[in-house]
Design a protein around this ligand. Sequence first.
Ligand SMILES: [Zn+2]
Length: 303
Amino acid sequence: MERVLCLLYHRVNPEPDPVYHLTVTPQNFEEQMGYLKDHYPILRFEEDWTKPGEDGVAITFDDGYADNYKYALPILEKYRVPATIFVSTGYVGGGQEYWWDEIARVLTREMAYPDRFELKDSLYQYTWKTQSPEERREVIRSLHWLLKMDADVERANLWLEQLRTWAGLGREGREENLPMDLEQLRGLSRSEYITIGAHTVNHRSLGAQGRQGQEYEIGASVRFLEKRLERKIETFSYPFGSAVHFDQNTLEICAGNGIVKAATTVKGLWRKDTEPYQVPRVEAQDKGGKEFERFIEECWRLV
Ligand SMILES: [Zn+2]
């Protein structure tokens, strides 16, 4: 291949995601797969892209939402399109939403909120106003940044507990937002069109962590999947994935754990000289028909 356009999806779901915009509707996804299958060779993420051939497209999903199983898998199988799904293993089958969705679940409800939210522990103390939707959006943004950059999972879980208690909510996640359970993960892995890759345990920035933390996040997620799926895991994607969210340690630790190719969220096309541990991707868009065709044409103009 001369160039590969590697698309990054998160969710295929009829329910919109007004906070993070991570969903593509099943109808648009079906149109997208039909179009891509008709116009390009669809490559598996893990295969050798350096062999001669025309430009190709690869399909990837990050995180491991249950909707990948429910809505994306039947469409991928119908159009015979292979895809790689990178799973954050700490959430498999837990019945709780990913931490970013949990923050949004608590702060975007139709209910009367207290005047302010105070986050307090031995290290931090923050206070936010929480009366208007705009103020609560600001809390979502702040908490998202704090949890992304702070790898102390125990502390973060206490923060989330404080937030739930403050809003009077339990732990149970919204059905449509749940991560996949073990049966769904196994079902995906059994499909001849699906490859499972790893995406850390807790979905924090790897670049914000030292070597030891990264060793755990990468190694434990790979081992979890290899044990449950009884197959070798050779692909990985870095949470958040832009250049600040991984470093030289990350690439070395991935190589040491048997990973042969890894995906970033750096926007661009794969070319022959692309480093295999830094495959650029382009975030998919919730578009159908001609709009999607124009989007793909624009992607090929990227450097
Ligand atoms: Zn992710």
